[in-house]
Design a protein around this ligand. Structure first.
Ligand SMILES: [Zn+2]
Length: 174
């Protein structure tokens, strides 16, 4: 189901228009998965037109929700993401995430979380200056590092968190 992952990455903004367009052109076999109508509209899409890309993301999003409804929200979180305390997006994310480790006293705002549904690991920082959560998607190597207390340093500077992850609007609020 690699194509579902690719579609999710494109919709949430982790895959550039150029790379997605190339994927669609190089992988004609996904037509049988996504159907002729959607495939044809992707092939004809002008990926340089911002409004057209917004529209096609909306179509893909509906396709995903109807055909591959996610059991958790991980697929909608960008590799590096930011979300306000108390927003619907944050509330939905934390329905499935559980904290498994804290970085420790000096870094009270940083923790390791794991999704109890898909088991994706996340580095999460809480920024009480801006009332935001920050997320970084972790691969298995990084998770092992954290388990041996070798934490990523990306969120270490509490006062620069807001400069690391922009507030650029996500495609939708899911
Ligand atoms: Zn998940």
């Amino acid at each position: 189901m690699e194509y579902v992952n690719i579609l999710c990455q494109f919709v949430r903004g982790d895959l550039t228009n150029e790379k997605f367009e190339k994927y669609i052109c190089d992988n004609q076999l996904i037509e049988s998965n996504i159907g002729n109508e959607l495939y044809q509209s992707l092939i004809k899409e002008n990926f340089k037109d911002r409004n057209a890309v917004t529209d096609i993301k909306s179509v893909i999003n509906n396709f995903l929700l109807n055909n591959h409804p996610p059991k958790c929200k991980c697929c909608f979180i960008r590799n590096l993401d930011r979300s306000g305390f108390g927003s619907d997006f944050s509330e939905n994310i934390f329905l499935h995430l559980k904290k498994t480790k804290d970085k420790g006293k000096k870094y009270w705002w940083i923790s390791l979380y794991e999704c109890n549904t898909c088991h994706q690991g996340w580095l999460v920082a809480q920024d009480e200056n801006y009332d935001d959560f920050y997320f970084m998607r972790l691969d298995s190597v990084k998770i092992q590092d954290i388990e041996s207390n070798n934490w990523p340093i990306i969120f270490d500077n509490y006062n620069s968190l807001s400069t690391i992850v922009s507030t650029s609007s996500r495609f939708s609020d899911y």
